[in-house]
Design a protein. Structure first.
Length: 157
């Protein structure tokens, strides 16, 4: 099956939706990372990091978006694009690989870079936008909240 890469306009539009999710996360006391799962030009799942709000060990933005999309068939996942304001970590990248999501659009990987090369080696098309809004939001958060940030990415203080 041929992978459909979103247009630049689509990437900007859906990354803006992921940014809204990140802002919701921040406004509700969490880490400002947002994600949307898109199939055939429609958002089927949206989410934001809710580890702080729900006391969750795994509720990163991408996991939240995939969960909120509900149960999908392998053929639906094979047409999906996962957008995330920040490079997906090992756990979230693993979920994308498990479900066969063929395209991941990343807002930025300057603040944190997940296993992008490995994900690419598994056939996933990864695009990193280096969106200044995403970078600024994460740099500010990590500077102001180093303990929470380190906990989120599994780093020791």
């Amino acid at each position: 099956m041929e992978i459909k890469i979103p247009s630049e306009e689509e990437m900007k539009r859906f990354m803006a939706k992921a940014m809204v999710e990140a802002q919701i996360g921040l406004a509700t006391g969490g880490i400002p990372i947002g994600s949307v799962l898109v199939i055939d030009g429609k958002i089927v799942g949206r989410g934001h990091n809710q580890r702080m709000q729900k006391g969750s060990a795994i509720l990163h933005a991408e996991m939240d978006a995939i969960e909120n999309a509900g149960r999908l068939s392998p053929s639906e996942y094979s047409k999906a694009t996962l957008y995330s304001t920040l490079s997906p970590c090992d756990m979230c990248s693993g979920a994308a690989l498990l479900y066969g999501i063929p395209v991941i659009i990343v807002g930025e990987n300057k603040t944190f870079q997940g296993p992008e090369d490995y994900v690419r080696s598994r056939g996933v098309h990864v695009v990193v936008l280096q969106d200044e809004r995403c970078i600024e939001m994460m740099e500010e958060f990590t500077k102001d909240n180093p303990g929470i940030w380190n906990e989120d990415i599994g780093e020791k203080d």
